[in-house]
Design a protein around this ligand. Sequence first.
Ligand code: PMP
Length: 427
Amino acid sequence: MPQNLSSKLFAVAKEVIPGGVNSPVRAFKNVGGEPFFVRRAKGSRIEDIDGKSYIDYIGSWGPNILGHAPNVVANRIHEVAKEGISFGIPHPAEVEMAQKIIDWVPSVEKVRMCNSGTEATMSAIRLARGFTKRDKIVKFNGCYHGHSDSLLVAAGSGALTHGEPDSAGVPRDFANLTIVVPYNDPETLEKVFAEEGENIAAIIVESYPANAGLVFPKPGYLTLLREITQRYGSLLIFDEVMTGFRLGKAGVQGLENLTPDLSCFGKVIGGGLPVGAFGGRADVMDMLAPVGPVYQAGTLSGNPLAMAAGLTQLHELEKNSGFARLDRLGAHFESGLHQLLAEKGMPYRFNRVGSMFCLYFTDREIVNVDDVMKQDLDLFKKFFWGCLDKGVYLAPSPYETGFISLAHTESDLDDTLTVFQEVLQKI
Ligand code: PMP
């Protein structure tokens, strides 16, 4: 078979970039193959450098909620760039962005912009430690919060032991300060707080865990997190990097009617440009430099292009009742999928909220990451490659959430279901 341009370029990329990629999931390692290289992307489609087009359900891993390269956002970036690309001194769009976030998310009284979700969660953790004058944090097994040292920590061997470094290069001393507990397990959480509560600065949680597919909290679980942190004087940090500005104006906290102390954002608020933000209670946020003693900074933070792209995207979502439309598209996809898989009679679980979804090949209820790990991975791989071959690009990993955008039409979704049906027939 003649080599295509993507695989030729991947061979070159591997010579000059570790693994050929700038972020590991892009290497398609979880599905045992090689990635394609993108030539361009528009609307619901992404086209590779060999000229093949796919219906895309990744949307750059979440930011592209209007679809790829929407004209309004691209035009706004061009306009703004002519006036300056980075200033490093305050400019009005930073204030507008802060006001917009505060307006949409009631728990946020003050907010600071940064450049990635990783920076947002890392900074929120430092702030919580500085505010509470405590060092330990609690995170959940299967939740991903970016790659800062305190958060690249996996569960230790016993429920109450401290975490283990989840990457070479993370000092054990950092991992010792991160307690990793199973998600959706109230008893273990109570035990951890009974033993360590006075030393815990914060719980950080993905508001709906979406880095192990898509997992939902059991009824009352998020309320317990709120209540237990209040009981012990710890802070509650909602990581809404993925869910924020995607599931509604106020993200999961809006859906669940909860008030975390701090929240982390990214993705959608940057319109596809590098962005992150963290915000919350004013008394906590005012611990940040230059007002308070907790240092946090960024040369490019509040970048005018990212602010303009993000604000334009938020404006479009609001103008077009975007969240309601995304939910309708998601529901359409879900009902078609249930019909198709019920007819097929194969075990599966389909979790969806609004425009985020995950299909699992398992008959287990998905309560936490242990259930996610028990799905049929071989089947997933075959399904992934079968769909890709037929022009449907799903996340190249069974642990990722799929995203529908406002550029997806019902007929895109129906075509996708037809592809699913054809692929499942063969495997
Ligand atoms: N938190 C969550 C919930 C995420 O999904 C991610 C990335 N997918 C991050 C944090 C890290 O964001 P970034 O990749 O922008 O650093």
